[in-house]
Design a protein around this ligand. Structure first.
Ligand code: AP5
Length: 209
């Protein structure tokens, strides 16, 4: 199987890129954050156990995440894009043991902290279809309404300015070490460009692999 990992700080554009790449490559997407937020919204046992961590911007424990990934891979074996996984060295090692290191392409979206704060402070999400908007760079046609499904857009709970800051700190401590871990196998991309430019750059680099 072939898998693409999207790595980068919160707000780097992983979710935006994942949707575009999946459409063009006909890959499935595992959006870790969406799976967790859905469980919280539906108040499942999993949702109740992870709610406080996710809403405060702390990581969920590796074993819970790996169980979700293994479940997903049971029914999606052809080609997968991982948005938001792995986020720790432990998760990265486990992924390799599940699918094999040779099957992995790792895209690293580089973005400064200043841009992270700016993007997440102006993000809006559709809770129904998952479409991602930005009031500055990609606003909806009608204020507060999803272009695709007509649902009212929301601000994610963890997009509060203080929580954005702690998510960035968690990223530096827990996830940034993966850049070194994947050294030599990383496709580095400057994420401080338009959505189209980032997408075409990544697509071109993945095709050369
Ligand atoms: P998750 O949902 O994965 O959040 P995140 O990694 O913080 O990433 P974001 O979704 O905030 O940003 P993004 O990079 O997808 O950017 P987006 O495309 O939206 O995780 C949430 C929580 O779940 C975690 O804090 C943790 O608690 C838990 N969790 C998840 N995975 C876990 C794991 N593996 N282990 C443990 N816990 C886990 O774009 C951001 C904004 O910028 C949008 O408004 C967008 O429109 C805009 N934008 C995007 N690209 C561009 C561009 N090129 N130019 C201009 N604007 C752009």
């Amino acid at each position: 199987m072939r898998a693409i990992v999207l790595l980068g700080p919160p707000g780097a554009g992983k979710g935006t890129l994942a949707r575009d790449l999946a459409e063009c490559a006909h890959f499935s997407v595992f959006v870790t954050g969406d799976v967790l937020r859905k469980a919280i919204q539906e108040e499942t046992e999993l949702g109740r156990s992870i709610k406080s961590n996710v809403e405060a911007g702390r990581l969920v424990d590796d074993e819970t995440i790996l169980t979700l990934v293994r479940d997903f891979l049971r029914s999606h074996r052809e080609g997968v894009i991982f948005d938001g996984f792995p986020r720790t060295i432990g998760q990265a090692k486990a992924l390799e043991s599940i699918i094999g290191a040779d099957s992995l392409g790792v895209v690293y979206l580089e973005l400064s902290e200043e841009m992270v704060l700016k993007r997440l402070g102006s993000r809006r999400n559709c809770p129904a279809c998952g479409k991602i908007y930005n009031l500055l760079s990609n606003p909806p046609l009608k204020d507060g309404i999803c272009d695709d499904c007509g649902c009212a857009l929301i601000v994610r709970k963890d997009d509060d300015p203080d929580i954005i800051k702690s998510r960035y700190d968690v990223y530096l401590k827990e996830t940034a070490p993966l850049v070194e871990y994947y050294d030599g196998r990383l496709i580095k991309v400057n994420a401080d460009r338009s959505v189209d430019e980032v997408f075409h750059d990544v697509r071109g680099k993945l095709c050369q692999e």
